[in-house]
Ligand binder design. Structure first.
Ligand code: MG
Length: 668
C-alpha cells in the first residue's frame, strides 16, 4: 500500500518531467536523475519514488564491485553502489548466494547460516541491508533448497556413518534401482524414474580396486569381476572404451567374437560408462549406460547396457552392494531430502534450513529467490508445490513476526513452460516467467510484434487461474542463459527495444547485471562468460578473481563502461534509466493490466495498461523499417502525449509512426 501511494504523489511531477524531454543527464556513475527516493531540492525536478515500478536488479556479488582490491566482488562493493541502483529506479536486489559455499557462484552451500568470507562478513551484510533499506531498496537472498554442497558438515557427517542423524538429510540408497522401483525414495515422489540426476557411490564401497571388464557386444551386456591379473594399459586403437573416474578413457581389447576386455585399477565415485568414441564426441548412439532407472551392477553377473538416443540418455552404471547418494546436478551437490512431501515441514532438513532462513529474515532480508524448485522432488509438480507452500508459509510467518509490511516476497526458479509455471503459483506468490523472454527474443528476431501482447496476456491468464495476486517475475536473460545481446545478434537497437519492452510490460521486471550495459557472451566457453564484472569507469580494473580468467576483455572496453554510457543519452544504460523512470512515474505503466491492441502492421506490438483511472498506450516496433499504422479504437493520440520513447515516434490522429526498433508510451 505504501508503494502505491508514493507512485500517485509522484505522478504529476513525472508527467511534466517526461513529456517530450530526455530525463537523463550526463555525469558520473549516477547518470543524473534516476528514480531516487530522496526527493528534489529547490529548483530541481521532483524525483519520483523507485518503489512504484517494482524493478529488481539481479547481481553476482562476486563480480559486481570490489571494495578491497582483492579481485573479488564483495558485499561492501554492493553497498558502495546503492546510488547506481537508484539511478536505475530499482527497489530490490537479488544477490547471488552469499552463504559459505564451495565454488565461486555459491550454489553449493557449506553453511546456510554463515556469510561467505570471500564476500565479506555478517556485519557487512547487515550494513548493506540497513543502507539499502534506507533508500527503499529491499534485499533478496538466493536460497538453494534442492541440494547443499558436498563439503557441508551435514553431508560429511551423513557419509561418515549410516547411524548419523544427518543421514536423513540426503538421499541414500544401497540399491537405487530397486528402491526407486519400490517407491522408497521420497525425492522421486510418485515417479519411478528421475527426470535427471545421478547416483554417486560413496568412496570405499564396491566398484573400486582391480577389476576386469568383459563386454559382450552382440548381447549388449557387460560383466565385471574382481581380478588378480596385471592391470592393462589402454588400447589406443580400440573401438570400444571404458569411461570412468575423472575422465579416464581405457580402450578395450578385442578378444574375438565381438568380445572386448580389459583389466584396470578402477576408482570412480560415480561408476562407469561404455563408449564407442572418445574425447568430446558424445553423439547419439556412442554412449552406453544403465537403462532408465536401473543401477546396481552385481559383480560376476552380466549387466544389460542401453545406448543413448535422441530422446534417451542412459544413466551411469553403478555397483550394487555399496551405498550411493543422489544428486540432480553434480556430485558436489547432493540433493537434500525432506521426506514425504506432505510432511516435508516435519523433516529435520526442513527445520534446519528454516532456522537459517529465519536468521536472515530477522536480520532484514525481505525476499528469497529459490533455486531449482523443479528438482526438490524430481520434477513432481504437486509434491514441489506442497513443499514450497510449507516453506513460504514458514518464511512469511517469520517476516510478519518481525513486523515486515505486506507479504514476504518469494520467487521460484521453475524453469519450464507456462502451463507448469502456472501450477507453481499454488505454492509461491511469484515465479520467473522464462517463456516471456523466449517469446520476446523470438519475435524481435522475426520482426513480428503483432502477437506479443496476446501471448503475454495469455501467460498471465494462466497464472491468474491459480493465484489471483500472482506476481509475474519477468526478465530478459539471467546468469544461466546466453546474454540478451548474444540472442539478439549484438544489435544495440534490438537490445534497447528489449529493455523498453521489459520495462513497459505488466509484472515485476528483473534486470540482470550487465544487461543494462549491453554485455554479450554465451555459455559455450563456460558460465563465467555470462557473469562478467561491471565495468564502472572507462579505465578502471574489474573484479575477475572469481571467474578463472574466463573474461572477455575485448567486451569490457572503456566505451561499455557505466561512466561512458552515463555520459551518452543515447546509450543502452540511458534507455534503461529512462524507461525505468517512466515506470516509476506512471501507475498505469507500473501496475496496469495488459490489454492487447491490434494494428494494421505485423511489426507493431501494441497494448494498453490501465490502473486506477489511468491508461497508457504502449507501442513497440519489432521490425527493422519505419512503420506507420493505425491503432484500432484509439483516436486521441498526439505528440504531446508521448510519455517516454526511444527512436522516432510521431502520431497523427489514430495513426502512429515508429522508427526501426523504436518504442513509445502515450498517455490516453
Ligand atoms: Mg573484494
Amino acid at each position: 500500500m505504501k508503494r502505491f501511494l508514493q507512485g500517485i504523489l509522484a505522478l504529476s511531477a513525472g508527467l511534466a518531467l517526461l513529456a517530450g524531454a530526455s530525463c537523463n543527464k550526463t555525469g558520473g556513475e549516477n547518470g543524473g536523475n534516476g528514480g531516487g527516493n530522496s526527493g528534489g531540492g529547490s529548483g530541481t525536478p521532483v524525483e519520483t519514488g523507485s518503489q512504484l515500478a517494482d524493478v529488481t536488479y539481479q547481481l553476482n556479488v562476486y563480480s559486481f564491485a570490489d571494495s578491497d582490491g582483492d579481485g573479488w566482488g564483495d558485499l561492501k562493493g554492493v553497498t558502495q553502489h546503492l546510488d547506481y541502483f537508484e539511478s536505475l529506479g530499482v527497489s530490490a536486489l537479488w544477490l547471488s548466494p552469499v552463504q559459505a559455499a564451495m565454488s565461486y557462484h555459491g550454489y553449493n552451500v557449506t553453511d546456510y547460516s554463515a556469510i561467505n568470507p570471500k564476500l565479506g562478513t555478517e556485519a557487512d551484510f547487515k550494513d548493506l541491508i540497513g543502507k539499502a533499506g534506507a533508500k527503499g531498496i529491499d534485499i533478496y537472498m538466493d536460497y538453494v533448497l534442492n541440494h547443499s554442497g558436498s563439503d557441508n558438515a551435514w553431508f560429511k557427517e551423513a557419509c561418515s556413518s549410516a547411524d548419523s542423524k544427518y543421514r536423513s538429510y540426503y538421499v541414500f540408497s544401497d540399491n537405487p534401482a530397486a528402491d526407486v522401483a519400490a517407491g522408497k525414495i521420497d525425492n522421486y515422489a510418485g515417479a519411478k524414474t528421475p527426470g535427471m540426476g545421478t547416483w554417486y557411490t560413496l568412496s570405499g564401497s564396491t566398484g573400486s580396486g582391480r577389476l576386469h571388464f568383459k563386454l559382450d557386444w552382440n548381447a549388449r551386456k557387460v560383466t565385471v569381476t574382481q581380478s588378480t591379473e596385471a592391470a592393462q594399459a589402454s588400447n589406443p586403437s580400440a573401438t570400444k572404451w571404458l569411461y570412468y573416474g575423472n575422465g579416464t578413457e581405457a580402450g578395450l581389447y578385442a578378444t574375438g567374437g565381438e568380445i572386448y576386455e580389459i583389466t584396470v585399477d578402477f576408482a570412480s565415485d560415480w561408476g562407469f560408462l561404455i563408449r564407442t568414441a572418445t574425447g568430446n564426441d558424445w553423439g547419439v548412439g556412442k554412449k552406453y549406460g544403465a537403462p532408465n532407472g536401473a543401477g546396481g551392477l552385481t559383480l560376476g553377473q552380466p549387466y544389460p547396457i542401453a545406448a543413448s538416443t535422441s530422446s534417451f540418455d542412459p544413466g551411469n552404471i553403478t555397483f550394487a552392494g555399496g551405498t550411493s547418494y543422489f544428486a540432480s546436478f553434480d556430485k558436489s551437490m547432493p540433493d537434500l531430502n525432506y521426506g514425504p512431501y506432505d510432511k516435508a515441514a516435519e523433516s529435520a532438513a526442513f527445520k534446519d534450513l528454516a532456522a537459517s532462513a529465519d536468521k536472515w529474515i530477522k536480520l532484514g532480508v525481505n525476499g528469497l529467490r529459490l533455486d531449482a524448485v523443479l528438482w526438490i522432488y524430481q520434477q513432481q509438480t504437486s509434491a514441489n508445490v506442497a513443499f514450497l507452500k510449507a516453506w513460504y508459509d514458514h518464511c512469511n510467518a517469520t517476516y510478519k513476526a518481525r513486523g515486515g509490511s505486506g507479504e514476504f516476497y518469494m520467487v521460484g526458479e521453475a524453469w519450464t513452460g507456462a502451463d507448469e509455471i502456472a501450477a507453481y503459483y499454488k505454492g509461491l506468490p511469484s515465479c520467473f516467467n522464462f517463456p516471456y523472454w523466449d517469446t520476446l527474443k523470438d519475435r524481435i528476431n522475426k520482426g513480428r510484434g503483432s502477437d506479443f501482447a496476446t501471448t503475454v496476456s495469455g501467460f498471465r491468464n494462466q497464472f491468474r487461474s491459480n493465484r489471483s495476486d500472482f506476481i509475474d517475475a519477468i526478465k530478459l536473460s539471467n546468469h544461466d542463459e546466453d546474454r540478451t545481446a548474444e540472442s539478439l545478434g549484438r544489435s544495440l537497437d534490438k537490445e534497447k527495444l528489449a529493455a523498453a519492452v521489459l520495462l513497459t510490460s505488466p509484472g515485476k521486471p528483473f534486470i540482470y547485471q550487465g544487461e543494462e550495459l549491453g554485455y554479450w557472451g554465451n555459455k559455450g566457453g563456460g558460465d563465467e562468460y555470462v557473469r562478467a564484472p561491471i565495468k564502472w569507469t572507462r579505465s578502471g580494473s574489474v573484479p575477475t578473481a572469481a571467474l578463472s580468467g574466463k573474461v572477455d576483455n575485448a567486451m569490457l572496453s572503456d566505451a561499455i563502461s557505466v561512466e561512458a554510457q552515463s555520459a551518452d543519452e543515447a546509450s543502452l544504460l540511458s534507455v534503461y534509466r529512462k524507461f525505468s523512470k517512466a515506470r516509476n512515474s506512471y501507475k498505469a505503466l507500473a501496475k496496469g493490466e495488459i490489454t492487447p491492441v491490434s494494428s494494421t502492421n505485423n511489426a507493431l506490438a501494441l497494448w494498453t495498461l490501465s490502473f486506477d483511472g489511468q491508461t497508457v498506450l504502449v507501442a513497440h516496433n519489432f521490425g527493422s523499417g519505419v512503420v506507420s499504422a493505425s491503432v484500432s479504437g484509439i483516436s486521441e493520440l498526439s505528440a504531446d502525449r508521448i510519455l517516454v520513447s526511444n527512436g522516432v515516434a510521431s502520431v497523427n490522429g489514430s495513426s502512429v509512426t515508429l522508427g526501426a526498433y523504436a518504442s513509445a508510451v502515450f498517455a490516453l
